[in-house]
Design a protein around this ligand. Structure first.
Ligand code: SF4
Length: 325
């Protein structure tokens, strides 16, 4: 019987799932995930986490709880840095410890530290450590790592070509939306766990699509453009995800096909409060591009979100008419 590894559908799942899944599967493990976020998952998360945590972390507790009885291991990497000379939010670093303290009846946790601050090459050693939980053969681990990296590169290129992550998880050719498309395009910028988890954002993407809007996200912007726009800042932003959001949003303000920008943030998130402000100031400086700042927590109500989206879409339409688009 293969070892079963559970990967919570939360936090950086939407960014790295193909990498982690391929690696463990190539080593002979069976990989399973928690389901999509629901009210019950959030309720469990609220019971287990500390009050001060942001909504995505509270939700992540609920996903761990949903997996814990049906797997041999839960994969909760201790993410410190995913890019040289940059960090990500310290909540990722502490999450495995918070889970051990707060969740009862856990299976073994694979909490290998992923820290590429010094150099990207350190990742192979860290994956070797991670793989040793499943397999002791270094040749097999090396082959699994290579396969996982190439699957991740394919996933990234599908996302850059315009897919949303859950479309890109399915290994198929072609780009959705190929061909002429006259729908207005709106950019949605935020952490992946906020914009791709439809429960957290109260179905934002679906609501926009049903209103006839074409969506692009920061993840659809090629790395070279993100770097070039983020490079215009006076000082380098050392948060990988924040740098990507700001670089992509600055690019969107220069792109005439973008008819509005929505920034999605978590209440009580330090990085979001800063990057959101930087993006809003840039949008205001560039003119009258419609901008909506959505701040989410577990008390956010559907009615309030719907009203704000409708008002934003009215602005998008008025702006389009005024610009003759
Ligand atoms: S960056 Fe913000 S939203 Fe993300 S885990 Fe950290 S505090 Fe939470």
């Amino acid at each position: 019987m293969p070892v079963i590894i559970g990967i919570p559908r939360s936090l950086l799942f939407y960014k790295y799932y193909p990498l982690w899944k391929t690696f463990f599967e190539e080593l002979g493990a069976e990989v399973t995930t928690s389901g999509h976020t629901t009210k019950a998952v959030l309720q469990e998360g609220l019971k287990l986490s500390v009050d001060e945590a942001c909504l995505p972390v509270k939700v992540a507790f609920g996903h761990v709880q949903a997996l814990r009885e049906r797997v041999d291991y839960i994969f909760i990497p201790r993410l410190v840095s995913v890019s040289p000379r940059e960090y990500i939010c310290p909540k990722f670093l502490g999450f495995p410890d918070m889970v051990r303290q707060c969740v009862q009846g856990l299976p073994a946790i694979i909490d290998t530290s992923i820290n590429m601050y010094r150099r990207e090459g350190d990742m192979f050693r860290q994956f070797s450590e991670m793989g040793a939980h499943i397999c002791k053969n270094p040749l097999k681990i090396t082959a699994a790592y290579r396969k996982a990296r190439s699957e991740m590169a394919r996933f990234d290129s599908r996302v850059e070509a315009g897919m949303l992550p859950e479309e890109a998880f399915i290994n198929r050719e072609g780009i959705p939306g190929d061909g002429p498309d006259h729908r207005p395009t709106v950019a949605v910028v935020g952490h992946p766990y906020n914009i791709y988890d439809s429960f957290i954002n109260i179905n934002l993407i679906k609501r926009l699509e049903e209103s006839g809007i074409n969506i692009v996200t920061a993840d659809n912007v090629p790395e070279r453009l993100v770097n070039s726009y983020a490079g215009t800042l006076n000082k380098k932003l050392f948060w990988t995800l924040g740098r990507r959001m700001v670089g992509a949003a600055y690019h969107f303000t220069d792109n005439p096909s973008i008819r509005g920008i929505i920034h999605v943030a978590s209440f009580a998130c330090g990085p979001d409060s800063m990057t959101g402000d930087m993006i809003e100031r840039k949008v205001r400086r560039k003119g009258n591009l419609p901008f909506l700042n959505l701040i989410l927590d577990e008390h956010t109500g559907e009615a309030g979100i719907v009203t704000r989206i409708e008002a934003f879409l009215d602005m998008v339409n008025m702006h389009g008419q005024a610009s003759g688009i």
